[in-house]
Design a protein around this ligand. Structure first.
Ligand code: COA
Length: 277
């Protein structure tokens, strides 16, 4: 059967790319088709200059109900090991692309978020959930361990006891508890979710994009480094960033020290005044 291109969609508006899981009738569970389409969308739009922040959202009542138990597992397994490995490459592939995406990313978790959904959740730099959203590592309920990176996600984000409880019981937690356990940054009432995410995206849109990419990569990279390795990496990473934008930080210093038009402790410099040299 030919792929349906609409299982994942996007629209770009006011500097924000709103990318959607779009299988609401299947609670946005991830089929091989959806994973391929997400990979294509990420490739297609990454370097467009009409947006600076990507938001990953779900259409309907779900963010994502995880992997598609029929199409991703049962139907694919029936085709043999090659098909299984291909499906894994395609799903893990777009999550990895997202983890290292050029633009900052925000997961806007509007509803159900299960199992495999933790892969793209973790891949997003920031995550805001609805209080009403429901999260679970449901794998244990249908007889497998939380694979596809999900176990690593909870161990990375949560304290050990919470991660163990979450993975072993498969119990649901709501958006507020997910924020308390640090699966997401914060949760707000569903009615306010899009407004809050837009506000956060607008904060990021004011920042220097080269510095944002360097910063988000650094946060992920240094996590597994010794202090000395991190110190050295950060020097090199800043020098590499300078090769893309050598003027931003000079302008930032000038507007504070010479022009006295802003204070870095209290706000961001005006990038529109930056002259490229
Ligand atoms: N894989 C395959 N199909 C799924 C799915 C999944 N992960 N999640 C939902 N669906 C399908 C259902 O089979 C149903 O299909 P149908 O209309 O053809 O019967 C449709 O989506 C709607 O699901 P339904 O269960 O009726 O919706 P609900 O709102 O009552 O419940 C959930 C929503 C998410 C609680 C429930 O669908 C569920 O438990 N899904 C599985 C979640 C899971 O364990 N995911 C982990 C995978 S790693």
């Amino acid at each position: 059967m030919a792929d349906d291109p609409n299982v994942a969609t996007y629209r770009i508006e006011n500097g924000i790319a709103w990318v959607s899981f779009n299988r609401p009738d299947k609670r946005n569970c991830m089929s091989p088709n959806l994973n391929r389409r997400m990979g294509e969308i990420l490739d297609e739009i990454e370097h467009r200059d009409d947006f600076g922040v990507l938001v990953l959202k779900g259409e309907g009542s779900a963010w994502s109900a995880g992997m598609d138990l029929k199409e991703y597992f049962r139907d694919t397994e029936a085709l043999g090991l090659g098909a299984t490995r291909k499906a894994q490459r395609e799903s893990y592939g777009w999550w990895r692309r997202l983890r290292w995406y050029q633009k900052p990313t925000i997961a806007m978790v509007n509803g159900w978020c299960f199992g495999g959904g933790y892969g793209p959740l973790y891949a997003c730099d920031l995550a805001i959930a609805a209080d009403e959203a429901q999260f679970a590592l449901s794998e244990i309920n249908w007889g497998i361990l939380p694979g596809g990176g999900a176990t690593k996600v909870v161990v990375d984000l949560m304290p050990m006891r919470d991660a163990m409880y979450h993975a072993m019981t498969g119990e649901l937690i709501d958006g507020k508890k997910a924020a308390e356990w640090r699966l997401v940054n914060e949760s707000v009432p569903l009615a306010d979710l899009e407004t809050r995410v837009t506000q956060l995206a607008n904060v990021l849109l004011e920042k220097n994009p080269v510095a944002l990419k360097a910063t988000k990569d650094a946060i992920r990279r240094v996590k597994e480094m010794t202090y000395d390795n991190a110190e050295d990496y950060l020097v090199r990473a800043q020098e590499a960033a300078n090769s893309y934008d050598n003027d931003g930080r000079k302008e930032g210093i000038k507007q504070f020290i010479d022009d006295k038009t802003y204070k870095p402790g209290l706000g961001v410099y005006d990038r529109t005044k930056q002259v490229k040299g």
